[in-house]
Design a protein around this ligand. Sequence first.
Ligand SMILES: *Cc1c(COP(=O)(O)O)cnc(C)c1O
Length: 462
Amino acid sequence: MPSQYRTIPAIHRLLERESLRRAVERHGRPPVIAACRRAVDRLRRRIANGAVDDAASRDATSAIEAEALSILAETTRPAYRGVVNATGVLIHTNLGRSPLSTEGLDGLESYLALELDLATGRRGQRLAPLRQRIAELCGAHSAVMVNNNAAALLLILSALASGRQVIVSRGQLIEIGGSFRLPEVMAASGCRLVEVGCTNRTHLADYERALTDETGAILVAHQSNFRIVGFTTEPAISELAALARRAGVPLIVDQGSGCLHDLGRWGLPPEPTVQGLLAEGADLVCFSGDKLLGGPQAGIVVGAAEWVEPLGRHPLYRALRPDKTALVMMDRVLAAHRSGRLEEIPLYAMMSAPLDALARRARRLASRLRRAGVPARDRALRAALGGGTTPEETMPSHGLAVAGGQALADALRGGEPPVIGRLVEDEVLLDLRTVRPTEDHTLERALVEAQSRLSDLQASGR
Ligand SMILES: *Cc1c(COP(=O)(O)O)cnc(C)c1O
């Protein structure tokens, strides 16, 4: 057995070291002991592999101490880390979809009149204060909010069409990232999917022929994250609404994005709006809270009272209801939409940033970076909405192109804070449309640090 094992200190001895004593005060004993054990295990493995010579083993305690502290730093930092999104994808599902502003949010630190009617002192309903506001904003009679749009659809189908048939066009059997698959949600809600038409073409007559006594609803799902182009047709919402009304069943539209505005204002192609779909005759429209609404994760259903009210009384609603954080944040976001002060919503502030302002920031950053030895230049780029909205369309943007390939992309992602860019050929592209102006300095520092770590690695020949 190599003699180096004898130099490994006991855990209780390690805990007498000043730095680890302070770590115990800060994080408690269990995580510090776990980190020490892991550091000791690693050293044992290195000794077993013959990777530790006598000289190195003489200072085993210091080596373990340093390693334990670095393990501890990793295991005690926030589980979800803030990142700089320089991908240029505004609604980035892997980065939490829409960014949120929590500045000055009342009611989250204090207690909250969540289920208390302050006028009467009686028990209130948690959705009651928000319902009317959502409905009014969308031009609907009634509204319900749940945890996400998948939950909204599950609730609608369970409450209104369980055990019955639901007619859907074959061109709309969508899968959205994160394992939302329409046929599976339908199966889970206990309704039977009746597919009509073809992938590219479905006619009103196809729906008409599929109607039976067993029909519980007609469902239209927005083709959020793909387009079928070329020889295509789908009946208008108004035609389907008239058909549904004759059959006495609801027309449900899964709108998805929560678009309330004409996207032409931001140079993007139009997306059907929630209000527009209701005006065309949809009985229920459901959508996500954290896509184009720019709010917290949520699913919202708006529509006619006769169809929407039963959703709030269904037992599933209790399981799917939103938490107070989402309700408070949603109220704030709805107010910004209502007042037209969209710039208060981070997503819209980013969408609305003038191109020349982005270009100015990019040029300034590029020249500062070059002076610091980072091979950066400013470059015109295209940003995308993402998150299953306008899949092919992009908006003009500006940012940085930095030579350095995968190694640089990895170094940026491994930095503090992590910076996420896009690797195209051998350059890392950093789009400023998704970077807040207040983050420019952070981005600059992250690039300088990443570059210097890369240079150190190259210098040490690894
Ligand atoms: C995004 C999307 C969903 C899923 O919404 P979640 O809020 O992620 O549950 C469902 N349907 C459509 C059409 C969507 O665009």
